[in-house]
Design a protein around this ligand. Structure first.
Ligand code: HEC
Length: 137
């Protein structure tokens, strides 16, 4: 009987630890390496936390200003990986309605997208994410 009990306890333990890992995989990304923090600050924060004309831009509830913000607001690390891999962020990102009408902001976004490409930053982010999240290529 004790053996079966022990197996049951062990099985429950393994199941819960796997679940905890899946939910917390954002923690596998933190603290952000300095190089990644710089890319996020330059290419992402504009729409994910920066205060522009007195109001914070927080698209899709995601704030990327500090590691704690990311822990609190990024729902899942795989979404982050997929959006970068599939060129959705920052290339296909759209400005909010209030900023879309502002020529300066449109130019700034275009500059962000061009610099991201010319400096090869996608490759840096993907390499970091695949290592941190143990994604098989
Ligand atoms: C021009 C504004 C803008 C920029 C710059 C931007 N984003 Fe976004 N982001 C958005 C918008 C708008 C959404 C909402 C979903 C969509 O458009 O697909 C979003 C959604 C996301 C999501 C999904 C959040 C969730 O919980 O589902 C992630 C992850 C994300 N962005 C990461 C990034 C990263 C990483 C960068 C920088 C490399 C970045 N974003 C740059 C506007 C932006």
């Amino acid at each position: 009987m004790t053996l079966f009990r022990n197996i049951a306890v062990l099985t429950t333990f393994i199941a819960t630890s796997t679940m905890a890992w899946a939910e917390n995989s954002v923690d596998a990304l933190l603290p952000l390496p300095a190089e990644i923090r710089t890319i996020f600050n330059n290419r992402c924060v504009m729409c994910h936390g920066e205060v522009i004309e007195g109001e914070a831009e927080v698209r899709e509830d995601l704030i990327m200003v500090t590691d704690d913000d990311i822990r609190d607001t990024l729902s899942d690390a795989t979404t982050l990986y997929e959006m970068i891999r599939d060129d959705e962020m920052p290339q296909e990102a759209r400005l909010s309605f209030r900023l879309r009408r502002n020529t300066e902001m449109r130019a700034r976004l275009k500059q962000i997208q061009d610099d991201y490409e010319s400096k090869g930053e996608k490759a840096v982010l993907i390499k970091w994410l695949e290592t941190a999240l143990q994604i098989e290529k």
